[in-house]
Write a protein that binds this ligand. Structure first.
Ligand code: AHM
Ligand code: MG
Length: 327
């Protein structure tokens, strides 16, 4: 298309970045882009139809209602199952991973960890929400059924990571380890179009994002950091949707904090499908992600839904937090 690069065109052009690529990863990324458009369509009409009701309840026509996050989960599973590149998917929505057993999918090279619709408390109130995804090469033999070890890989093993933001406009942002690129959905043509090439984040920004309701439950170092932010008249911004908070800070410069608290020492966020993909993106954009002690991407997971404290964003700001936590 003249003057516009669509996500699909961009992915195909970039396939040459991987010398032995067969196109499977490209197809997989395109499947995610396609599923995201379907989820986006439903998110945009969430207030119009009865889809935001509680899962399991019935609407006025006596039809089973589906919560939007359950719907999103099913859309991604369906798109990835039928694509043939993926042998299994771990999702925030399901206690266990889903292994695809049909012949086509068993031969898939990749596994995906995904939070299909993050920001659940914002779904019903028309505030931005997102999808976060992480792609790994499987460890198990092709042709077999995916197993837990395929998913319990450190973030450094990711072949791609990204998110979709369903906001005032919708965007898909991803990395395959060769920089970060952002695409905005043009609803008139139904395509994600390259709008934010080679995204970089500032070494230091003015924004800090934390649920400060947790202030008194947080480590002294975090309290000191927040006090310092206020003394320096920095800007507090917290949407409560990780993707939206992360996206804003990536563009403007800033830091997002979800520390461990006295009642939840590992914080709230999940390593596999929330922390790792965004850590991959921020590092590719020049920033940093840590749990206060360790580089997020080097943590060896032992459980699918493992949580970890999370500090992500502009490098100097994350360094300062790490310093205070370890003083
Ligand atoms: P969810 O997966 O249940 O939606 O929870 C994750 C969300 C993040 O998007 C957000 O940053 C965080 O939880 C907000 O938590 P809190 O309400 O404790 O501030
Ligand atoms: Mg989530």
């Amino acid at each position: 298309m003249i003057g516009v690069t669509t996500l699909d065109e961009f992915i195909i052009d970039r396939q040459d970045d991987f010398p032995f690529a067969t196109g499977d990863l490209s197809r997989l990324l395109r499947d995610i882009g396609f599923a995201a458009k379907i989820v986006n369509r439903e998110v945009n009409k969430a207030g119009l139809v009865d889809i935001t009701g509680a899962a399991g309840s019935e609407n006025i026509q006596g039809e089973q209602q589906q919560k939007l996050d359950v719907f999103a989960d099913q859309v991604f599973i369906k798109a990835l199952r039928s694509g043939g590149e993926v042998c299994g998917i771990a999702s925030e929505e399901n206690d266990d991973f889903v292994a695809f057993e049909d012949d086509l999918a068993r031969n898939g090279k990749y596994v995906v960890a995904i939070d299909p619709l993050d920001g659940s408390s914002n779904i019903d109130v028309n505030v931005s929400i997102g999808t976060i995804f992480s792609i790994y090469r499987r460890k198990s033999e092709k042709g077999t059924i995916a197993n837990l070890q395929d998913f319990l890989q450190a973030g450094t093993e990711q072949v791609a990571g990204g998110y979709v933001l369903y906001g005032s406009s919708s965007m898909l942002v991803y990395t395959t380890g060769a920089g970060v690129n952002g695409f905005t959905l043009d609803p008139s043509i139904g395509e994600f179009c390259l709008s934010h090439p080679s995204m970089k984040t500032a070494a230091k920004g003015k924004i800090y994002s934390m649920n400060e309701g947790n202030y008194y439950q947080s480590h002294k170092g975090i309290q000191t950091y927040l006090d310092n932010c206020k003394k320096q008249q920095m800007t507090a911004r917290y949407i409560g949707s990780l993707v939206a908070d992360f996206h804003r800070n990536l563009i403007k410069g800033g830091v997002y904090l979800y520390p461990g608290t006295s009642s939840a020492p590992n914080g709230k966020l999940r390593l596999l499908y929330e922390c790792n993909p965004l850590a991959f993106l921020i590092e590719q954009a020049g920033g940093k992600a840590t749990d206060g002690k360790r580089r997020i991407m080097e943590i060896q997971p032992s459980e699918l839904h493992q949580r970890c404290p999370y500090f992500v964003g502009s490098k100097d700001m994350v360094d300062e937090i790490e310093g205070l936590l370890n003083a």
